[in-house]
Ligand binder design. Structure first.
Ligand code: SF4
Ligand code: SF4
Length: 121
């Protein structure tokens, strides 16, 4: 360690060797957003709400560990700024009214844009 610290030429060539070796490998990053990653079937992304299946039992709300993330009154709403994507609501829903999708594009500059809302009445 001390030897390599005092041998800058050797370190320079070592660095060049590592760069050259890795430049021959495939890229590990994508040119997002032009290219997007296909998520596998176990990925927990944005939740799809199927209003027709929902019986308003509020079980999803009760099993959600992030309090107040799901609101059910005049609207069914999920606040993605608070959701931790644990999947509990989807797993416990007795009517398959919630589905986890592979959509991970949720970034926003405005927190209000992260609240999904669907009118229930
Ligand atoms: S658990 Fe399912 S059916 Fe019950 S309120 Fe939630 S989404 Fe609707
Ligand atoms: S995924 Fe988890 S945190 Fe998000 S709304 Fe469902 S239960 Fe709550």
């Amino acid at each position: 360690m001390i030897n390599s610290f005092f041998n800058p030429v050797k370190e320079l060539f070592r660095g060049l060797y590592i760069t050259a070796k890795n430049s021959l490998k495939d890229n590990v990053t994508l040119l997002y957003p032009e290219k997007k990653k296909n998520m596998n079937k176990f990925f927990r992304g944005k939740i799809q709400y199927i209003k027709e299946n929902c019986i308003k039992c509020k079980l999803c709300q009760r099993v959600c560990p992030s309090k107040n993330t799901i609101q059910i009154d005049k609207y069914y709403s999920i606040n993605y700024a608070q959701c931790i994507f644990c999947g509990n609501c989807v797993e416990y829903c007795p009517r398959q009214a919630l589905i986890l999708t592979p959509n991970y594009e949720l970034a926003s500059e405005n927190k209000n844009d992260l609240i999904f809302k669907e009118e229930l009445i």
